[in-house]
Design a protein. Structure first.
Length: 232
Protein backbone atom coordinates (compact mmCIF):
# COMPACT_ATOMS: atom_id res chain seq x y z
CA UNK A 1 0.00 0.00 0.00
CA UNK A 2 2.82 2.42 0.88
CA UNK A 3 4.50 1.72 -2.46
CA UNK A 4 1.23 2.38 -4.28
CA UNK A 5 0.72 5.68 -2.43
CA UNK A 6 4.24 6.83 -3.34
CA UNK A 7 3.57 5.92 -6.96
CA UNK A 8 0.27 7.84 -6.90
CA UNK A 9 1.98 10.93 -5.44
CA UNK A 10 4.60 10.79 -8.20
CA UNK A 11 1.87 10.61 -10.87
CA UNK A 12 0.05 13.60 -9.36
CA UNK A 13 3.24 15.62 -9.25
CA UNK A 14 4.05 14.77 -12.86
CA UNK A 15 0.56 15.75 -13.99
CA UNK A 16 0.74 18.96 -11.98
CA UNK A 17 4.10 19.83 -13.52
CA UNK A 18 2.77 19.23 -17.02
CA UNK A 19 -0.13 21.65 -16.62
CA UNK A 20 1.54 24.43 -14.65
CA UNK A 21 5.21 24.64 -15.58
CA UNK A 22 4.77 27.25 -18.34
CA UNK A 23 2.94 29.86 -16.23
CA UNK A 24 4.56 32.25 -13.77
CA UNK A 25 2.75 34.18 -11.02
CA UNK A 26 3.89 37.50 -9.57
CA UNK A 27 2.28 39.68 -6.94
CA UNK A 28 2.32 42.98 -5.10
CA UNK A 29 0.57 44.74 -2.25
CA UNK A 30 -0.06 48.24 -3.59
CA UNK A 31 -1.52 49.53 -0.33
CA UNK A 32 0.80 48.29 2.44
CA UNK A 33 0.05 51.24 4.75
CA UNK A 34 -3.75 50.89 4.68
CA UNK A 35 -5.44 48.93 7.51
CA UNK A 36 -6.35 46.12 5.11
CA UNK A 37 -2.94 46.10 3.47
CA UNK A 38 -1.22 45.83 6.82
CA UNK A 39 -3.58 43.10 7.90
CA UNK A 40 -3.01 41.17 4.68
CA UNK A 41 0.75 41.28 5.25
CA UNK A 42 0.31 40.03 8.82
CA UNK A 43 -2.10 37.23 7.86
CA UNK A 44 -0.59 35.93 4.62
CA UNK A 45 1.68 38.34 2.77
CA UNK A 46 2.40 38.36 -0.94
CA UNK A 47 4.74 35.35 -0.76
CA UNK A 48 2.14 33.33 1.09
CA UNK A 49 -0.50 34.29 -1.46
CA UNK A 50 1.75 33.32 -4.36
CA UNK A 51 2.34 29.89 -2.84
CA UNK A 52 -1.41 29.39 -2.50
CA UNK A 53 -2.00 30.63 -6.04
CA UNK A 54 0.47 28.13 -7.49
CA UNK A 55 -1.32 25.35 -5.60
CA UNK A 56 -4.66 26.71 -6.79
CA UNK A 57 -3.49 26.81 -10.40
CA UNK A 58 -2.44 23.16 -10.26
CA UNK A 59 -5.69 22.16 -8.56
CA UNK A 60 -7.91 24.03 -11.02
CA UNK A 61 -6.13 22.72 -14.09
CA UNK A 62 -6.32 19.16 -12.83
CA UNK A 63 -9.98 19.75 -11.94
CA UNK A 64 -10.64 20.78 -15.54
CA UNK A 65 -8.62 17.73 -16.67
CA UNK A 66 -6.27 19.89 -18.71
CA UNK A 67 -3.66 17.13 -18.62
CA UNK A 68 -5.96 15.39 -21.14
CA UNK A 69 -4.93 16.50 -24.65
CA UNK A 70 -8.60 16.35 -25.70
CA UNK A 71 -9.42 19.20 -23.34
CA UNK A 72 -8.96 22.68 -24.85
CA UNK A 73 -6.69 24.56 -22.46
CA UNK A 74 -5.98 28.27 -22.20
CA UNK A 75 -2.46 29.43 -22.87
CA UNK A 76 -1.40 31.76 -20.05
CA UNK A 77 2.23 32.83 -19.76
CA UNK A 78 1.98 34.91 -16.60
CA UNK A 79 -0.55 35.85 -13.92
CA UNK A 80 -0.30 38.91 -11.67
CA UNK A 81 -1.84 39.16 -8.22
CA UNK A 82 -2.53 42.56 -6.68
CA UNK A 83 -3.81 43.72 -3.31
CA UNK A 84 -5.40 47.14 -3.82
CA UNK A 85 -7.72 49.45 -1.95
CA UNK A 86 -10.72 49.12 -4.25
CA UNK A 87 -14.13 48.21 -2.79
CA UNK A 88 -15.63 44.75 -3.11
CA UNK A 89 -14.02 41.41 -2.32
CA UNK A 90 -11.92 40.22 -5.26
CA UNK A 91 -12.09 39.85 -9.01
CA UNK A 92 -10.18 38.38 -11.93
CA UNK A 93 -9.79 40.10 -15.27
CA UNK A 94 -7.70 38.75 -18.11
CA UNK A 95 -4.61 37.36 -16.37
CA UNK A 96 -4.90 39.55 -13.26
CA UNK A 97 -6.31 38.73 -9.84
CA UNK A 98 -7.22 41.60 -7.52
CA UNK A 99 -7.97 41.34 -3.80
CA UNK A 100 -9.57 44.24 -1.92
CA UNK A 101 -7.65 45.43 1.13
CA UNK A 102 -10.89 47.04 2.28
CA UNK A 103 -12.44 43.57 2.46
CA UNK A 104 -9.42 42.10 4.24
CA UNK A 105 -9.77 44.81 6.89
CA UNK A 106 -13.27 43.53 7.73
CA UNK A 107 -12.51 39.79 7.86
CA UNK A 108 -13.38 37.77 10.95
CA UNK A 109 -13.14 34.08 11.76
CA UNK A 110 -10.66 31.82 9.97
CA UNK A 111 -9.10 34.53 7.82
CA UNK A 112 -6.44 32.37 6.16
CA UNK A 113 -9.04 29.81 5.07
CA UNK A 114 -11.34 32.51 3.71
CA UNK A 115 -8.56 34.23 1.77
CA UNK A 116 -7.38 30.88 0.42
CA UNK A 117 -10.91 30.10 -0.76
CA UNK A 118 -11.12 33.47 -2.51
CA UNK A 119 -7.81 32.87 -4.29
CA UNK A 120 -8.95 29.43 -5.50
CA UNK A 121 -12.19 30.97 -6.77
CA UNK A 122 -10.40 33.74 -8.67
CA UNK A 123 -7.76 31.39 -10.08
CA UNK A 124 -10.61 29.33 -11.54
CA UNK A 125 -11.78 32.39 -13.46
CA UNK A 126 -8.35 32.69 -15.07
CA UNK A 127 -8.48 29.15 -16.46
CA UNK A 128 -12.13 28.40 -17.13
CA UNK A 129 -13.84 28.95 -20.48
CA UNK A 130 -16.48 31.69 -20.59
CA UNK A 131 -18.31 30.93 -23.82
CA UNK A 132 -18.09 33.19 -26.85
CA UNK A 133 -19.52 36.51 -27.98
CA UNK A 134 -23.14 35.99 -28.88
CA UNK A 135 -23.21 32.77 -26.87
CA UNK A 136 -22.36 33.75 -23.30
CA UNK A 137 -23.40 31.45 -20.44
CA UNK A 138 -25.23 32.86 -17.42
CA UNK A 139 -22.82 34.75 -15.18
CA UNK A 140 -24.18 32.69 -12.31
CA UNK A 141 -22.85 29.54 -13.97
CA UNK A 142 -19.38 31.08 -14.33
CA UNK A 143 -19.37 32.07 -10.65
CA UNK A 144 -20.80 28.72 -9.68
CA UNK A 145 -18.02 26.81 -11.43
CA UNK A 146 -15.45 28.97 -9.63
CA UNK A 147 -17.09 28.26 -6.29
CA UNK A 148 -17.33 24.56 -7.22
CA UNK A 149 -13.53 24.45 -7.46
CA UNK A 150 -13.29 26.19 -4.09
CA UNK A 151 -15.69 23.60 -2.65
CA UNK A 152 -13.75 20.66 -4.11
CA UNK A 153 -10.59 22.06 -2.50
CA UNK A 154 -12.42 21.77 0.86
CA UNK A 155 -12.49 25.54 1.30
CA UNK A 156 -16.26 25.92 1.54
CA UNK A 157 -18.32 28.21 -0.66
CA UNK A 158 -18.81 31.96 -0.86
CA UNK A 159 -21.29 33.23 1.72
CA UNK A 160 -23.55 31.03 3.79
CA UNK A 161 -24.84 28.62 1.18
CA UNK A 162 -26.03 25.14 2.08
CA UNK A 163 -27.02 22.07 0.08
CA UNK A 164 -30.44 22.52 -1.48
CA UNK A 165 -30.63 26.29 -1.10
CA UNK A 166 -31.63 28.73 -3.81
CA UNK A 167 -34.56 29.34 -6.16
CA UNK A 168 -32.85 28.78 -9.51
CA UNK A 169 -29.86 26.75 -10.63
CA UNK A 170 -27.91 29.70 -12.07
CA UNK A 171 -28.12 32.07 -9.10
CA UNK A 172 -24.35 31.71 -8.87
CA UNK A 173 -21.73 31.23 -6.18
CA UNK A 174 -22.84 28.82 -3.41
CA UNK A 175 -26.25 27.97 -4.89
CA UNK A 176 -24.86 26.96 -8.28
CA UNK A 177 -21.68 25.41 -6.88
CA UNK A 178 -23.58 23.03 -4.62
CA UNK A 179 -25.94 22.12 -7.45
CA UNK A 180 -23.00 21.43 -9.77
CA UNK A 181 -21.41 19.32 -7.06
CA UNK A 182 -24.60 17.24 -6.89
CA UNK A 183 -24.59 16.72 -10.66
CA UNK A 184 -20.85 16.01 -10.68
CA UNK A 185 -21.32 13.30 -8.02
CA UNK A 186 -23.90 11.65 -10.26
CA UNK A 187 -21.78 12.07 -13.39
CA UNK A 188 -18.05 12.24 -12.58
CA UNK A 189 -16.11 14.74 -14.71
CA UNK A 190 -19.35 16.60 -15.48
CA UNK A 191 -17.93 20.03 -14.58
CA UNK A 192 -14.74 19.39 -16.57
CA UNK A 193 -16.79 18.32 -19.58
CA UNK A 194 -19.14 21.29 -19.18
CA UNK A 195 -16.13 23.62 -19.12
CA UNK A 196 -14.89 21.96 -22.31
CA UNK A 197 -18.21 22.66 -24.01
CA UNK A 198 -18.06 26.32 -22.92
CA UNK A 199 -15.03 26.67 -25.17
CA UNK A 200 -17.45 26.68 -28.12
CA UNK A 201 -20.23 28.79 -26.59
CA UNK A 202 -23.24 28.11 -24.41
CA UNK A 203 -26.43 26.09 -24.53
CA UNK A 204 -28.62 24.66 -21.79
CA UNK A 205 -28.64 21.49 -23.88
CA UNK A 206 -25.13 20.76 -22.56
CA UNK A 207 -26.73 19.38 -19.40
CA UNK A 208 -28.88 17.03 -21.44
CA UNK A 209 -25.91 16.02 -23.58
CA UNK A 210 -23.75 15.17 -20.57
CA UNK A 211 -26.30 13.66 -18.17
CA UNK A 212 -29.34 12.61 -20.17
CA UNK A 213 -31.50 15.10 -18.26
CA UNK A 214 -32.30 18.76 -18.81
CA UNK A 215 -30.93 21.30 -16.36
CA UNK A 216 -34.48 21.93 -15.11
CA UNK A 217 -35.00 18.21 -14.46
CA UNK A 218 -31.70 18.02 -12.59
CA UNK A 219 -32.55 21.10 -10.53
CA UNK A 220 -35.96 19.69 -9.62
CA UNK A 221 -34.38 16.37 -8.62
CA UNK A 222 -31.84 18.24 -6.51
CA UNK A 223 -34.47 20.34 -4.74
CA UNK A 224 -36.69 17.34 -4.08
CA UNK A 225 -33.81 15.33 -2.67
CA UNK A 226 -32.80 17.97 -0.16
CA UNK A 227 -36.22 19.55 0.48
CA UNK A 228 -34.89 23.09 0.73
CA UNK A 229 -36.63 26.20 -0.49
CA UNK A 230 -34.53 28.84 1.26
CA UNK A 231 -32.50 31.42 -0.60
CA UNK A 232 -28.83 31.91 0.34
Amino acid sequence: MARFLRFLIILIRLATSQVTQATSITGTNTTPESPGGQRFDSIMGVNGALSILYDAMAFVQLGFEYENPDMPKKEVDAIHFTVDDKPGVAYATGVEIHLSAQYVATLTGNMVRELTGILYHEMTHIWQWHGKEGSWPPQGLIEGIADFMRLKAKLGVSGNGFVGSGNHWDEGYAVTALFLNYVNDLHPSFVAELNKKLYDGWSESYFQDLTGKSVDQLWNDYKQKFHKQDVV
